[in-house]
Design a protein around this ligand. Structure first.
Ligand SMILES: *Cc1c(COP(=O)(O)O)cnc(C)c1O
Length: 229
């Protein structure tokens, strides 16, 4: 067994246990392998071990990996900050964008999504901890952004994503996840057909699953510490 295969098995087991503890079905939770800073050989190992969903933060770094692995049918998620001069490459090469946080970027992605491809899947990134200088739409502006999505046919709103501030204890970490779940269900009640709540990373994915995550984004727990840029 390769090192990454070994880690994938462990993470999948931990996801299953976290689901079981909350009487959730493990199929409810999708595992996204976050590969920023990782060379394509490491991704190949993960693919060989059955991993299909990959998350990248930087367009420049991602495109050669997408090309190198194009013979596999993988699902690429963009999860980093989005500069407007990068929207075309994102619209052309990714299946998901999880870091959408403003209308201008939404309109550009909609206009630039190739007609030959299915609408791009979107999670709106929420600045759930209300930190200044942090990516993500403010909670007060979330619903307006979600409503705009309805008018953009090349985008398919699937749910929400957040990177909460590190909490000092698991109880407050869980409260933040619970708050995100509340926002998610509120949008559903207002008519948005959402099925994806992307929260939880290597250090806190079990807490996130306990509070309703349907997608967890795991980097270092799979690939070890990131090589520095
Ligand atoms: C890097 C990153 C992750 C993975 O973080 P780990 O703590 O290494 O699991 C998840 N989500 C986003 C948006 C990231 O940028």
């Amino acid at each position: 067994m390769s090192d990454i295969e070994d880690k994938l098995v462990t993470i999948r087991r931990r996801i299953r246990d976290a689901c079981g503890a909350r009487e959730r079905c493990e199929d409810d939770v999708r595992l996204l392998a976050v590969t920023k800073g990782q060379p394509v050989e490491r991704l190949r190992e993960a693919v060989a071990a059955g991993q299909r969903d990959f998350g990248e933060n930087y367009v420049q770094e991602a495109l050669p990996k997408v090309t190198a692995l194009s013979t596999y049918s993988l699902c690429w998620h963009f999860i980093g900050p989005i500069q407007s001069n990068k929207t075309r490459a994102i619209a052309e090469h990714f299946h998901w964008v999880q870091s959408l946080d403003r209308m201008q970027i939404a309109r550009r992605l909609n206009d630039q999504r190739p007609r030959t491809l299915a609408p791009i899947n979107i999670c709106i990134q929420v600045n759930i901890s209300g930190e200044t200088q942090k990516a993500g739409v403010a909670v007060t502006d979330l619903e307006a952004l979600a409503n705009l999505m309805v008018e953009l046919p090349r985008l398919r709103l699937r749910g929400l994503m957040a990177i909460p501030a590190r909490a000092s204890d698991t109880r407050s970490q869980r409260q933040t996840f619970a708050e995100l779940y509340r926002l998610y269900t509120a949008l559903q009640e207002h008519g948005h057909a959402l099925d994806t709540l992307s929260m939880g990373m290597s250090g806190d994915f079990e807490e996130a699953i306990a509070e309703g995550a349907t997608l967890v984004r795991i980097g270092s727990a799979l690939f070890g510490p990131r090589p520095t840029h």
